[in-house]
Unconditional design. Structure first.
Length: 282
């Protein structure tokens, strides 16, 4: 039986990735969103305390990507009044992660990149499940073509970053005006290669304000007891190959700890039915 069906419209929060060269004002652009939870990766917000306070936003400073993961997980699971998560910029956080991974596993055959990818993918999954607008900025680096010809700029950081976001913008600045060029989009209101003057109001005009500015819904994630139970059962039960990976993919997670409580509960029930003496689920 064929299982395809007509697609339905999905209501989504704004997930925006922005990059640009030094001095273009990425931090100033990102913190314009009101009620933001700003994760500052290189102390770039220190000159904007008045603007941040007036907009109802707060700042968490860190250079450790694992602390970023924990903050995002808390924003996902705890009730709060913030509408937008800002990570500014991701580049030094990723570079610090690479250094730590190299110290742990070495750099032979790109092992440090493989280790870093696991952490970055976990962060990306949490961000995509987060019921908040998300703005992540990155440094820019020169992009070269054949014979070292300069093609322009691209982002500096984890190579998969642009894949995860619905909207990718290159930020430039002429005199006092910032221009945003759409370099990748899945959003009809931001057509490919469109250029517009950057401001929060410009974004707001293209997005549904009732979605952009609504309160975030918290998610109940797996409890410690649930995680221990599923791991204990799986130590004695063999599941069909690829099934756990399929569960993770459906829940958009990479660990049991990040799985929604309702989803892991269904997984536990399924596996229990495969225990010796139990009824095998269909």
């Amino acid at each position: 039986m064929l299982r395809a069906r007509k697609p339905e419209a999905v209501v989504k929060r704004l997930k925006l990735f922005m990059f640009g060269p030094a001095g273009v004002g990425k931090t100033t652009a990102a913190i314009q969103f009101p009620n933001s939870y700003i994760i500052d990766g290189e102390r770039g917000t220190e000159n904007y305390d008045k603007l941040i306070t007036e907009s109802g936003s707060v700042v968490f400073q860190t250079t450790d990507i694992n602390e970023v993961v924990q903050e995002v997980k808390s924003l996902l699971t705890v009730k709060h009044d913030f509408r937008t998560l800002v990570i500014d910029p991701i580049t030094p956080l990723f570079n610090d992660l690479l250094d730590k991974c190299e110290a742990q596993v070495g750099a032979d055959f790109g092992r440090h990149f493989q280790a870093a990818n696991k952490t970055m993918k976990r962060l990306a999954n949490l961000i995509m499940n987060l019921d908040m607008n998300v703005i992540v900025t990155a440094h820019a680096k020169t992009e070269y073509g054949a014979n070292l010809s300069k093609l322009g700029y691209t982002f500096d950081g984890w190579k998969q970053l642009d894949y995860w976001f619905d909207l990718v913008i290159e930020l430039t600045k002429t005199k006092k005006k910032r221009a945003a060029k759409v370099v990748k989009t899945r959003i009809e209101a931001f057509p490919d290669e469109d250029i517009f003057e950057w401001s929060y109001e410009a974004i707001k005009k293209r997005c549904d304000p009732s979605i952009l500015e609504r309160a975030a819904n918290a998610v109940d994630l797996a409890t410690g007891d649930q995680v221990r139970e599923i791991k204990e059962i799986l130590s004695v039960v063999r599941l069909p190959e690829g099934l756990v990976e399929k569960w993770f993919s459906k829940a958009q997670v990479d660990t049991w700890e990040d799985m929604p409580a309702e989803a892991i509960s269904k997984c536990i029930d399924y596996v229990k039915n495969r225990l010796p003496g139990g009824v095998v689920a269909a």
